[in-house]
Design a protein around this ligand. Sequence first.
Ligand code: NAP
Length: 259
Amino acid sequence: MAKIMDMETKIGRRFEGKVAIVTASTQGIGFAIAERLGLEGASVVISSRKQKNVDEAVEKLKNKGLEVFGVVCHVSNAQHRKDLIQKTVDKYGKIDVIVSNAAVNPSVDPLLRTLESILDKLWEINVKATVLLLQEAAPHLQKGSSIVIISSIAGYNPQPAMAMYGVTKTALLGLTKALATEMAPVTRVNAVAPGFVPTNFAAYITKDEGVKANEEKTLLGRLGTPKDMAAAAAFLASDDACYITGETLIVAGGLPSRL
Ligand code: NAP
């Protein structure tokens, strides 16, 4: 297996004095992004649907000496989105970075047999919630602020077993462009498109012969890690990417994506 960078020994302090919100950040990719931003000096706001998960994630990051605050936020709940933004502003006075990471994939049915209620849920959580959260956050976003949306390699080529999920991730590529246009020059908006990252959400990756088969699909010969995704998200959110907006960075070990 190819060597994975030990990032904690190499990272900088690009987010000193910055305030970052990460949605769906109590485990997996969102947690790794929150941890990375915190390690780089940000005050980080952790959130997800369940208070217990929020408390545990906050505790883990506090134990690493990070400045972290937790708010319960189911991203498709209007009051929760309002609370997430308001409680962040009440505590830290501003918002510099928002990472919109929440997504669901509730069905493996073919598109033509997917229930309307499932289609609505996919649209609500995977696409609409980002727009609504940013509507809430916009008055508080600082000049030089940055949004990172978590799309997916599946957005470039929606796969049969999760086609509508893939289509919502395709929509995020367009949403990134549209928001970048509307929010410039105050706020940059970019996306990360992860490849295969074994998490609870993507447990199918490691099922049966999954690990080897999926590793072999990549050029780099390994699955991605949440930390690989965090490094890319932190780059896009940082001033190192200050001349980049409206772009999607594919972090997929060389999986086929686009020219
Ligand atoms: P994960 O490890 O399963 O974590 C999911 C997180 O989302 C948990 O913290 C969960 O906490 C929270 N969550 C779930 N539904 C939510 C909601 N409606 N509102 C707020 N929080 C919610 O998942 P992951 O693999 O890191 O996925 C994160 C993102 O990466 C998703 O957008 C996914 O589409 C994308 N992605 C993943 C892969 C991959 O291979 N893993 C590949 C491409 C893209 P609670 O249960 O407490 O809510």
